[in-house]
Design a protein around this ligand. Sequence first.
Ligand code: HEM
Length: 366
Amino acid sequence: MVVRHPQRLPLLALGMLALLTGLWAGLARLGWDVPLPRSGFSSLHGPLMVSGFLGTLISLERAVALGKPWAYAAPLLTGIGSAGLIAGVPLAPAQWLIVAGSVGLVAIFGAIILRHPALYTFTMGGGAIVWAAGNLLWCIGWPLFLVVFWWMAFLLVTIAGERLELARLQQVTGAAQAMFLLLMGILLAGLIVLGWSFDTGVRIFGAGLAGLALWLGRHDIARRTVRQTGLTRFMAVCLLTGYAWLGISGLFAMWSGGVPAGPQYDAMLHAFFLGFVFAMIFAHAPVIFPAVLGARMLYRPLFYAHLLLLQATLVVRLAGDAAGWGVGRQVGGLLNAATLLLFLVNTVSALRSPPERPSIAARATS
Ligand code: HEM
């Protein structure tokens, strides 16, 4: 297979390395007896998944969208930083590289906002600032159970911004925009408060998650496009299931409040990261991978396999969490990881050489 932009492959590879190593570390955190390079390695799970994998990929995608060579410094810095974490270099230099990469993403959004000053670009730029702030807090020694909410806000705000861009097609009214801003404010208030009162802050944050789930579910064009066929319908189904998990995560956070580890923490985080964030990735992968690589992607109904498995395995894991059923939690988590591998296999095997005519990615509307 030929790709038009092979020079972007090393950056993509750094993100994938973080994903695979982060999953491995996650299995160790879940209690599976997997071999690890050194003690304490499993604590890298969260940073590798969020800043190493998702941060690098989002920065790469935005660098491609901006089209300026300097912008590639952002994914390069986060990618090298997370490779450093894996290799076991002292923590601080690797963390600072990741902070620098996230500041790079803020700069990318600065340039994008200059071109298109609009609510959706300001929203996504705000997401990048929250990510950089979270990485900075991690650097100065805040515990991961606090930093993780900044990382969640980064992903949610970025995704909400992207969907807002498309929701313009749905003619979001002034009142709906005001509600969107109010919900963003609640999310931000939760972040600020949790530094002082962990429990109250998490509950406020959870209200923001649940509110945004309702808002996105109500205003996203996926509600219309789900009635279409093929890739467009697949994307819409992913998006709608993702919003349901986002709501569930918010309800968990409101119910459990500030919990620094254990089943409730696991359920709240992974309803968000797996149920919501990965559903968004499943939805956008058939568009983003071809755009980043300069390749074509064949849509196949087989894509529903990884989407359905994600739902089923997440239900098993969360049932294990909720019922104190350790085996269910462990097996569900292992199957979650297997589902993500299946997604990678399905995605890579659907890539084809660049088209001579406009690709499926260019034609997809949501
Ligand atoms: C697919 C398999 C996964 C497994 C087996 C797994 C496992 C775990 C476990 C056991 C914990 C600790 C929960 C506790 O304290 O009881 C955890 C925390 C966490 N996970 Fe995952 N996870 C997975 C997927 C993900 C994904 C896809 C993401 C992000 C995209 C993610 C991000 C995080 C973060 C940020 C934390 C909190 C970090 C910390 O407290 O150290 N996980 N994960």
